[in-house]
Ligand binder design. Structure first.
Ligand code: GLY
Length: 289
């Protein structure tokens, strides 16, 4: 573990178009999720617990494309992806194309002790049911449209543990079984307590093809600041197109975020700056229809 007695947390509510009329709901949802994570970290809880608490709050809020706000696929069904990584042990749990789960992040956490790192479809649902975690969402509660945005959180606890989690309701109208970047380590999520952690949002195929999560962590390992690490990774997207947003923190608790395209909802706090900070990046560019 690193020699830190401080804590830090950063979360996102997705890289997506946010109309001015949607700003308050996005701000409030991010603030409430951040408050959950901060309560865990201030109480001496671990980073994994903090990340799960924040992502569960975002999954419960239909403002965001995850959990309750998931968008239907081409057959009108909800399929969700999520992953959670414990950067201390490098344990990883994830579910993908999992039918209708309200809180896939909790299923991902329940998988951390398992050998398998990723369960798909009906297998994920069966595992969730065995753990009492198969609560379902109702199609149509979430935002209408294409989706592709995601929620995520990265936390450093006062013992120096870093965890990262990402959860998504996927891409609206996508082929059944389509899986984006969110549950894939090194794409939409990664954590290593010795280095840092990252969570992504945006076009999953582009993020996966350019390994954005891995690029952020490798840049941190090479000594880049969190801000430089996310900017450097994002620059790779130009090769394949598509937009993305990235949040990260390093082992010293320094934070970074960057995005391309529309708006990006980000919130953060730390033991040195414990106020709840929420930013809707590029909001001034948003216009109501
Ligand atoms: N970034 C979420 C997805 O593409 O599924």
């Amino acid at each position: 573990m690193s020699e830190t007695a401080g804590w830090a947390v950063v979360l996102h509510g997705g890289c997506k178009p946010i109309k001015a009329s949607e700003a308050a709901a996005n701000r409030d949802g991010c603030r409430q999720a951040l408050a959950q994570a901060v309560a865990v970290l201030r109480g001496g809880g671990c980073a994994t617990e903090a990340v799960e608490a924040a992502v569960r709050a975002l999954e419960a809020d239909p403002t965001f494309n995850a959990g309750r706000g998931s968008v239907p696929n081409a057959e009108g069904e909800i399929e969700v992806d999520a992953a959670l990584m414990d950067g201390e042990t490098l344990a990883l749990g994830g579910v993908c194309a999992a039918p209708g789960l309200l809180h896939p992040i909790s299923v991902a956490r329940a998988m951390l002790p398992e050998d398998a790192t990723l369960l798909a479809g009906e297998g994920a649902l069966r595992f969730a049911a065995e753990r009492g975690l198969a609560e379902q969402v109702t199609p149509g509660e979430g935002p209408q449209g294409q989706g592709c945005d995601t929620v995520g959180c990265v936390a450093l606890d006062s013992s120096g543990r870093i965890s990262a989690g990402t959860s998504t309701g996927g891409l609206g109208g996508a082929a059944p079984g389509r899986v984006g970047d969110s549950p894939l380590p090194g794409c939409g999520v990664y954590a290593d307590s010795r280095v840092g952690g990252v969570s992504a949002s945006g076009v999953g195929e582009s993020i996966s093809r350019t390994l954005l999560g891995a690029r952020v962590v490798m840049a941190l390992e090479e000594g880049a600041t969190p801000h430089a690490a996310v900017e450097r990774a994002l620059a790779r997207l130009q090769r394949v197109g598509g937009d993305a947003g990235l949040i990260c923190l390093d082992a010293a608790g320094r934070l970074g975020w960057a995005h391309s395209g529309d708006q990006f909802a980000v919130a953060w706090a730390s033991s040195t700056e414990p106020d709840l900070h929420v930013e809707l990046l590029n909001l001034e560019l948003a216009a109501d229809d």
